[in-house]
Ligand binder design. Structure first.
Ligand SMILES: Cc1ncc(COP(=O)(O)O)c(C=O)c1O
Length: 479
């Protein structure tokens, strides 16, 4: 494919399209096939990168060959591989090839997923996929929802519904409760919805980093006595820091009794209901008034796909629906669902396709095995660390996350903070694997999140051996 002369129709010939398509597929395939052998992280020199990529907006076209080469060398070579089998930092993104192809199809047909009139087939696929998730999460058949870009927007959407339903948007004096472990997207969502930060009670979590029901009960009573309006509790179904699950069943009973909206953030952990261990930990999740789950985390989808479910799906429509005159043609009958009435976006892509297609092609059993494997690998990481005497388990392996800390008698706690931080920094430099740090009760700890189904037990063991030798090295140097 050379420098084709284009006439302004922005169109390639069939031959050129085919050639480009095959090249792109080959590049993606090569990525999937060679990932394990590549470094997880890549060192970036900002000045060099800028020199290579910064250029004036080109007036004339460039050949596909040159652009693909440039992309491979300077763009895709400069990413951290969140889908790498030894990427254990933050929340990994272990995607799958079927869903990647589904995204290509959705883009290829440029599906407008906002209205039934413009996308009846895709709307039916989204309704079906949402229905699968609803059932798996145990919500009643009044519940429904939609796919959005990710957990942050899903949380914002759910909180907007809670505000609309419970407060009729009168937010003065209203109070929301959650533990000090809630994800930052909750606080950001509340801020965007007009709440002052003092209207969010960030309650100290218990020893297991869960929301404490006795503290919540006391705070709600205090606020009621002070004339405030408690209206919503945000519970975690798998915190980002440690994977901790709040006591969902007890919380749901309390919320029901008090007339409080229960929002469950299961962006990370709700997918673990696919296996028995997760299911028993998540008991009570089915009582949520709203629930968030991110298929682009533990349901192995490429970004961006998050899911928000509301116990009474009509409340989504009541919150978001506005019918301008230029959309009257799409407002036809009750049974023709227009997803633009259920969320923030009017123009929206066909996100459901990737989840639908991968569930259809691999089957639910394969997903169940993949999720169980993630849980077991974190348990293996914990056992391996326990055998090495320099490591303290800070929180035990729970739904795919374990936190731990390099310790030694010869260093002060703050020196150990610095050693643990340096271990992460050196891991980034080294590129073999990636773990991340966080702070729990004021101390720096390391965490591994092991949800990639292509990770092997040997990957876990080798990573921990590296961590161990980095720890010893750092510890000697700090003396
Ligand atoms: C518990 C939890 N909630 C919400 C989010 C935000 O999700 P996203 O990054 O998809 O916006 C995350 C992301 O890691 C998360 O772990």
């Amino acid at each position: 494919m050379g420098n084709t002369k284009h006439d302004g129709a922005l169109q390639l010939s069939a031959e050129e399209m085919r050639a480009l398509g095959y090249r792109v597929i080959d590049i993606i395939l090569e990525h999937f096939e060679s990932l394990r052998g590549k470094p997880v992280a890549h060192k970036v020199d900002k000045a060099k990168l800028k020199k290579r990529l910064l250029c004036p907006l080109p007036r004339k076209g460039t050949s596909v060959d040159i652009i693909l080469q440039q992309l491979q060398r300077h763009v895709f070579n400069n990413i951290m591989h969140l889908d790498h089998p030894r990427f254990f930092a933050f929340i990994p993104g272990p995607s799958n090839f079927v869903s990647v192809m589904a995204d290509a199809l959705a883009a290829g047909f440029n599906v407008f997923g906002g209205t039934w009139l413009e996308a009846s087939g895709p709307t039916e696929v989204e309704l079906t996929t949402i229905e699968w998730i609803r059932k798996l999460c145990g919500l009643p058949n009044t519940a429904g929802g939609l796919f959005v870009s990710g957990g942050s927007i899903a949380n914002l959407t759910a909180l907007a519904v809670a505000r609309h339903v419970e407060l009729k948007n009168r937010i003065r004096g209203a109070v929301v409760y959650g533990s000090d472990q809630v994800h930052s997207s909750i606080e950001r969502g509340l801020r965007l919805l007009g709440f002052h930060h003092t209207q969010f009670r960030k309650l100290p979590s218990d020893d297991g980093f869960r929301l404490s029901l006795p503290i919540l009960r006391r705070k709600v009573a205090d606020d009621q006595a002070a004339g405030k309006n408690p209206f919503c509790v945000v519970a975690n179904a798998g915190t980002t820091n440690t994977g901790a699950v709040d006591p969902l069943l007890a919380l749901s009973k309390f919320c029901r009794k008090q007339g409080l909206w229960l929002h469950v953030d299961g962006a990370y952990g709700a997918a673990s209901m696919l296996c028995e261990k997760g299911k028993s930990l998540l008991r009570g999740m089915e009582n949520a008034d709203s629930l968030v789950l991110d298929p682009h985390k533990w349901l192995f989808q490429p970004y961006e796909i998050g899911c928000v479910l509301v116990r009474d799906s009509r409340q989504l429509r009541e919150t978001f629906r506005i019918l301008p005159e230029y959309l009257k043609d799409v407002d036809r009958s009750e049974e023709e669902v227009n997803f633009c009435d259920y969320g923030i976006q009017l123009t929206r892509s066909f996100r459901a396709l990737k989840l639908w297609m991968s569930l259809k092609i691999f089957g639910l059993d394969a997903f169940r095995k993949a999720v169980s494997r993630g849980i077991e690998l974190a348990e293996l990481a914990e056992q391996t660390l326990r055998r090495l005497h320099r490591w303290e388990i800070v929180t035990h392996a729970q739904i795919g996350i374990v936190t731990f800390r390099y310790v030694s008698d010869t260093h002060s706690p703050s020196e150990l903070d610095s050693i643990n931080q340096q271990i992460v920094n050196e891991m980034i430099e080294d590129g073999f694997a990636m773990v991340s740090s966080t702070v729990l009760r004021g101390r720096t700890v390391l965490r591994m999140c092991t949800i990639n189904p292509r990770t092997t037990p040997e990957d876990i063991r080798q990573t921990i051996l590296r961590l161990n030798s980095l720890g010893s090295k750092r510890s000697h140097e700090e003396k």
